[in-house]
Write a protein that binds this ligand. Structure first.
Ligand code: KIV
Ligand code: ZN
Length: 512
């Protein structure tokens, strides 16, 4: 029988830690359900001691998401471990993931501890975690730059204390593939009780080697890989889940190793994470980039038409590109809805189907196209982008020597409002006009434009991130007109601000 590789997804913890990627509770739940449908083995749902919000998210995911093991992160501190244990308690399968740094630079400069004290603390943490949870994983943070003798010592001690998964992170993405693979082999050979634990790796992408390093670790006996959707994560990110999984599947001739991932759910999961975090996927990103299966050159197109395998080493359908093309709308019936949920591995019948169908119809009245991400959201009773504000009309002018100007007409909770504003460009003018009509209207944290395909007729895909007090929301808009796409993205974000409403008086109001 071939080997099994466990996929540990940390999109909701390491991914969520990356700048601008924070998610609210509902968004985390939607991602967690998508990860369960994808078939990941372990979901690292968060860092419970970090904040009450993190605790609540881990607790809700542990209560609601069935299938994968739910892990909570904890430093090797008693309080962290208690909070993690409490947060993961409702899970079908629960794991505490505790860590402490083991490299000389981290021990001296950050922890200000002696190596003996670090070993003692790690052992105490694992023992405490073992007394509170059925499964314990121990990570030696910055293992890539740790002394090998010391690493062997702490790994042996933590396995003896009860850790059944030992994670070797390349925290700063410093390792090269041969070097990192060698570390895993050496640990497995030198640590006397190594056979009692599964070796795991957690690679960061600072030098673009996270996936390569993870793979050489697998070649050398690692059987858990920690990774994220779209490669999100601290700084340059973590190893990308979709790349690892598709390498193992596409090159099954080299790697006789299975994962539990349903690869046809990869693209829907990638889109959901991108939509929620506002982190666009670069078009030429492997597997999930918009151009990953696009053939532009004539010779390539000719070849693919004659035989798909001339230029495609995997099919777009196998990673979920085609399965996500069907869009539901207000004319879709119960059978179409049920069949779409079937494709998403969600069984719906009887009363549950009726309830979800009613929510679907309400949403379809407000929103033209309903995507898989929306279906997963209404399944759990969430409000999806309730369109309290709708763009009715936008007219923008700009040109050499002219002052850019935009007039917008919005429907706000059923009433029409219009405003005109000048700006530094047509997008700036449109944003000023829209913002003059609603409040609160948030502070603009991010404005990003991406062309979905090549050519001047391409659809622009705009992401806008707004901050209103503690709350950060993202909106996306698509249109062949970039000013319209931008206005749609701003309005989508505004619709996520719970108390957003029409402004009573605004500078250039000309009610219609
Ligand atoms: O990068 C890292 O070392 C981590 C650990 C907490 C596993 O994220
Ligand atoms: Zn990390």
């Amino acid at each position: 029988m071939s080997d099994r590789l466990y996929i540990f997804d940390t999109t909701l913890r390491d991914g969520e830690q990356s700048p601008g990627c924070s998610m609210n509770l509902d968004e985390k739940l939607r991602v967690a359900h998508a990860l369960a449908a994808l078939g990941v083995d372990i979901i690292e749902a968060g860092f419970p001691v970090a904040s009450p919000g993190d605790f609540e998210a881990v607790h809700r995911i542990a209560s609601e998401v069935k299938g994968p093991t739910i892990a909570g992160l904890a430093r090797a501190h008693p309080k962290d471990i208690e909070r993690a244990a409490e947060a993961i308690k409702p899970a079908e399968h629960a794991r505490i993931h505790t860590f402490i740094a083991t490299s000389p630079i981290h021990m001296q400069a950050k922890l200000r501890m002696q190596p003996d004290e670090v070993v003692e603390m790690a052992v105490a943490a694992v023992k405490q975690a073992r007394s509170l949870a059925p499964e314990v994983e121990f990570s030696a943070e910055d293992a890539g730059r740790s002394d090998m003798d010391f690493l062997c010592r702490i790994v042996e001690a933590t396995i003896a204390a009860g850790a059944r998964v030992i994670n070797i992170p390349d925290t700063v993405g410093y390792m090269t593939p041969q070097e990192f693979g060698g570390r895993i082999r050496e640990l497995r050979e030198r640590v006397p009780n190594a056979d009692k634990a599964i070796f795991s790796v957690h690679c960061h992408n600072d030098l673009g080697l996270a996936v390569a390093n993870s793979l050489t670790a697998v070649e050398n006996g690692a059987r858990q890989v920690e990774c994220t959707i779209n490669g999100l994560g601290e700084r340059a990110g973590n190893a990308s889940l979709e790349e690892i999984v598709m390498i193992l599947r596409t090159r099954a001739d080299r790697y006789d190793i299975q994962t539990g991932i349903d690869t046809t759910k990869i693209v829907p999961a990638s889109k959901l994470v991108s939509q929620i975090t506002g982190m666009l996927v670069q078009p030429n990103k492997a597997i999930v980039g918009a151009n990953a299966f696009a053939h532009e050159a004539g010779i390539h197109q000719d070849g693919v038409l004659k035989h798909q395998k001339t230029y495609e080493i995997m099919t777009p359908e196998s990673v979920g590109w085609a399965t996500n093309r069907m869009v539901l709308g207000k004319h879709s019936g119960r059978a179409a809805l049920k069949s779409r949920y079937d494709a998403l591995d969600v069984e719906l019948d009887g009363d549950k189907l009726n309830a979800v169908f009613a929510r679907f119809k309400t949403l379809a009245d407000k929103k033209k196209d309903i995507f898989d991400e929306d279906l997963m959201a209404i399944l759990h009773g969430d409000e999806v982008d309730a369109e309290r504000v709708k763009l009715i009309r936008l007219h923008a002018t700009s040109g050499t020597g002219d002052t850019p100007e935009a007039t917008v007409e919005l429907e706000i909770e059923g009433e029409l409002h219009q405003a005109t504003a000048e700006g530094d460009g047509p997008v700036d003018a449109a944003f000023k006009a829209i913002k003059s009509l609603v409040e609160p209207n948030g502070k603009l944290l991010l404005y990003a434009v991406n062309a979905i395909t090549a050519g001047t007729d391409a659809q622009g895909d705009v992401t806008v991130r707004l901050q209103d007090g503690e709350r950060i929301v993202n909106g996306q808009g698509k249109d062949t007109d970039i000013v319209v796409a931008s206005a749609k993205a701003l309005i989508a974000a505004l619709n996520k601000l719970p108390d957003m409403h029409a402004r009573e008086v605004h500078a250039q109001y000309s009610g219609v």
